[in-house]
Write a protein that binds this ligand. Sequence first.
Ligand SMILES: Cc1ncc(COP(=O)(O)O)c(C=O)c1O
Length: 404
Amino acid sequence: MAKKEEKKKWGVSTIALHAGYSPVSKVDMRLFRSFVPPLIQSAIYPLDDVDHYTRIVQGLEPGYDYGRNSNPTVDVLQKRLAALEGGERAVVTPSGMHAVFALTHYLAKVGDEIVTTHRIFGEAYTLFFQRAERMGITVRLVKNPGDLEEWERNITPKTRFFWVETPSNPTLFITDITGVAEIAHAHNIPLIVDNTLVTPCLQQPMALGADIVVLSLTKFLIGNGTIVGGAVIGSDELIRNINSAIAYFGAISSPFNAWLALMSLETLPLRMARHSSNAEKIAAYLAQHPKVSRVNYPSVPDYPQRELAKRQMPNGFGGLLSFVVDGGKEGAIKVTNALKLITIVPSFGTSRTIITHPATHTHCNMTPEEREAVGIYDGLLRLSVGLEDPEDIIADLDQALDRL
Ligand SMILES: Cc1ncc(COP(=O)(O)O)c(C=O)c1O
């Protein structure tokens, strides 16, 4: 393992390549002598002697006992994600959704309350606003997450956490992480931030005041649509506790998926820079198109939260944007079905450009009134801008918008 002082100096690109396992680390080389992080595809681990198990589970000695509890390849990924987010420890989960569930289950119990908004991805909306009741948890809604006093008004003695997704999927609403964190901390409440949309390459929620970060690895972090995965990053104590709870649920990440994730992470900073510059060009094209009434991306001139977005994401706004076409749902469907290069996929964050109609796909569980209130209009399309030549993406959008 590299020395601590050395690690602190590393930039995000170096962390993405070296944290958790490094071919210059004497310890890693003694164990594996592999340039690439090793894929340990084993569910069980031999012990030196009978006491070895106790020494491992009590943390007296590093080691592995059973694949449901830990795995060396998954461990490298956990260390790398923790380093990228600037957190003490990370736990990798089988999906981003499981990260949301595990955290909710760990932090809140029957009778407790949580505070969040409707500016979150579809399944988190369903878990919080439709299913949490079955867990005995009450969810309080902040209608305008930009109004810091509304967060404060929703606090009760039973509040267990604040949940923020910023930028939000699919309308790119930006919540002031530092502002919400100050309110949360004044009441001893942890702030959780879902950093999936822009990744730790572009936004560091913990440096801005968040206590816990949630990630879906399925999106930009992996970037090629090969695996489903998630992670929670937080304090050493929190993650150790969640990790042991996860061992009892049996929801573990596969070593092969973790290894694929490590391979993808190596190029994350380069990819996020290209996603951001491509998205900026596409947003500028869409903003001047006569058939497009609105573009949600912080670089467009009339974007209302531009200054806050720049403060929280000084190096780019990522690859996701959304826009509203003329003709409502019918218009959105016409444009989508006319695309030739861009693929229709109910996800985002891939190297290829993909498009989704949130009202009928990802956010179909919300009522039409709830969608309207957060800007998920019937004519809204979510575009995950890929790594292609931007001119080719624009040409495809142009010929499709011509159908309107
Ligand atoms: C912002 C955000 N966070 C988390 C998730 C959940 O991730 P997964 O699909 O890996 O379960 C999603 C999925 O759409 C998402 O959009």
